[in-house]
Write a new protein. Structure first.
Length: 245
């Protein structure tokens, strides 16, 4: 069997396709999060699926002790390269297999870094890993897409050019997942580079059920990055905040 889609996609070309996600936007997002949520303002943070570390750095800049975890060696190498903070370190793990237990005050899982797997049980394992990683009274934040909004606003195809490369993206919904095919054409290469992405369209009640079964309580659900109340039809995001029993 070949690599899973998320092992193939989160490499050098990922940084090209998603280069609009920059340091300034990550800093604004973390600032907004801390202003609007009843979240601890000190302590140890696990940034689960940290990618190139933009949000990890924004948290470390504010004094948190941060551990960024990701599976991608390419993104982790970039994270290390841009890490000036002694209170921030990066480690490589699959989020289904993290080893932490009763170590963190906060776990964050940002920008739809969830629902990657072929079975719902694998996603439930990730939630159980989150609760295990937290100390008693620890907090979790999961930032996820809103399925109803995705269905209503899905753009089937788009095309753009970046640094002389042509990027074609096709999107569709199939078997309970939103899927994306990315084709990158380089004029200096005969063959295009192709990637697939897929994310499970979990409804709010399904994720709340996973959180409750894992041992979280005090569930709060927001609908966007201004942390307004969640509206199933209109909110672009589902942002879950919960506390470990």
């Amino acid at each position: 069997m070949g690599d899973a889609w998320f092992e193939q996609s989160f490499r050098e070309d990922y940084l090209l396709v998603y280069q609009h996600r920059d340091e300034a936007s990550a800093d604004r997002e973390i600032g907004n999060l801390l202003e609007n949520l009843p979240i601890k303002h000190t302590g140890r943070v696990l940034d689960l699926c940290c990618g190139s570390g933009r949000h990890s750095r924004a948290l470390a800049r504010r004094g948190y002790e941060v551990v960024g975890v990701d599976l991608s060696p390419v993104l982790l190498a970039l994270a290390e390269q841009h890490n000036p903070y002694p209170n921030l370190r990066f480690v490589q793990y699959d989020m289904r297999e993290i080893p932490f237990e009763n170590e963190f005050d906060i776990v964050v899982n940002l920008f739809t870094s969830f629902g990657y797997f072929d079975t719902d049980e694998e996603s439930a394992i990730v939630v159980r890993n989150m609760v295990r990683a937290l100390k008693a009274g620890g907090e979790v934040l999961i930032d996820y897409l809103n399925p109803a909004y995705v269905r209503a606003h899905l753009v089937p195809a788009s095309e753009r050019e970046i640094n002389g490369l042509l990027i074609d993206e096709k999107r569709w919904i199939e078997g309970g997942y939103v899927k994306k095919e990315i084709v990158i054409r380089d004029p200096e290469s005969a063959e295009p580079r192709c990637y697939m992405e897929q994310v499970r369209l979990f409804e709010a009640a399904e994720i709340i059920g996973m959180l409750e079964q894992a041992g979280f309580r005090l569930m709060q659900l927001y609908g966007d990055y201004t942390y307004s109340p969640y509206n199933q039809e209109q909110s672009p995001r589902m942002i879950f905040f919960a506390v470990k029993d």
